[in-house]
Design a protein around this ligand. Sequence first.
Ligand SMILES: Cc1ncc(C[n+]2csc(CCOP(=O)(O)OP(=O)(O)O)c2C)c(N)n1
Length: 476
Amino acid sequence: MTQKKTVGMYESFVRSGQPTRATHYCAGCGHGIIHKLITEAMVELGLQDRTIIVNPIGCGVFGYYYCDCGNVGAAHGRAPAVGTAINRGRREAVVISYQGDGDLGAIGFNNTFQAASRGEHMAVFFVNNATYGMTGGQMAPTTLVGMKTTTSPFGRDPLTAGYPLHVCEVLNQLKAPVLIERVSVADTKRIMQARRAVRKALEIQRDGKGYAFVEFISPCPTNMGLDSIRAAIFCMEEMEREFPLGCMRDNSATAVPRAPVAPAPGVEAFFAQSERQHQAPVAEADEAFKEQRLKFTGFGGQGILSLGICVAEAARLEKRFTTWFPSYGPEQRGGSAACSVVVSGKPIGSPAVDRPDVLVCMNQPSYERFAPDVRPGGLVIVDASVPLTMPAPAGVRVVSMPAIDLSLRLGVPQAANTMMLAALAWLEVTGLRSEHLLAALDASFKKKPALVEKNRLLFSEATAWLERHVPAEVRG
Ligand SMILES: Cc1ncc(C[n+]2csc(CCOP(=O)(O)OP(=O)(O)O)c2C)c(N)n1
């Protein structure tokens, strides 16, 4: 008997410490066989230099130690998204998404479903071993009814855990996939069939014809609690009864290849534009500048996020380092909205602001939630509609200003945030010059020039109100 040399895999695997010829897979596991089938087809079809395998989480995560081609890691279940990105950026790439049943059928199922529905150009190799192998044999979406796992110790009960998920059959409802096939690696005859399916899936990629999905029924002796032979028999007898083998769809003969490789339209334009944007002021180090950490809070729809952007933009114009970090409530309007802005004379470590120097509050819940966190010596600017139900921490100044009311009376109810910007400028708490805050305000209405003058007017009205009502000692 002659043994064929494995191709497309590294000569030796440098995992931890010494190079070895052994993979990390258990004896009788299907993953190693499937790796071999993939790399063999990849080499035989001349695709090695173009292939990028995306390995998310699961026993196959270490594929990059073995497969001699491009390899990229992905978060659990997110290989189709990563593969999509690779494909859109590098159309010459042959993308393989290599996923287990927990990864693909549970945490990542919507990712899988949407990529299949979009007909992404990728070959998805789905290793169905009916369990979460890597984490010690928990129940997977494909676990058989009655099958014992660590999380179904009495056997999967459909009353509480539902029925096995038939991924091929679900995907077969979609229009876009070109190939959908279920194979097995439980014995030699089946491995030969699997080999043909892998090859077909990669030919589809080579020819730019679209989405190919191959499911492998694969033994996991360790977690099935069986020896290698019995695990293979379990695959052939029990798993195949639930997951019949066969090709459900092969449209490769009629699928239309996508246009030849060319840079995605607009890529150059995009980079040219971003280069132009980067010609804008670049931050300059200034050790003497006192870093300011600000937090803007209120309801969604009150312009909280735009107010933060204005301050960050003013900082950019002043060549300060700056970050703007939004945090959205679940609703668009009426829910809570907050953002953090840091203005600094040096690169900023974290954009999160837990202990603000300045807090702007446009509603009561945010006053109650965030005022206790303001640093001693800091400042709270709060809308006058907010009852000060609790005192600010010791050493924290509070300026209550009728921003909402003033903007209503001036006929621009959406502009309370402009009043707050004026307060920040007048109180001199951002470390930024008023001219830059105003320039940033103007810039925020670039697309609605009619509002520029109106907001400048509101800004000066608010300034006049502050002059009249707030003692000058509060500034700075
Ligand atoms: C976000 C996240 N959730 C959970 C885990 C834990 N985890 C690691 S692998 C895995 C399941 C892997 O099972 P499967 O995809 O079937 O692959 P197998 O190991 O059986 O080949 C889980 C739940 C994780 N790493 N990340």
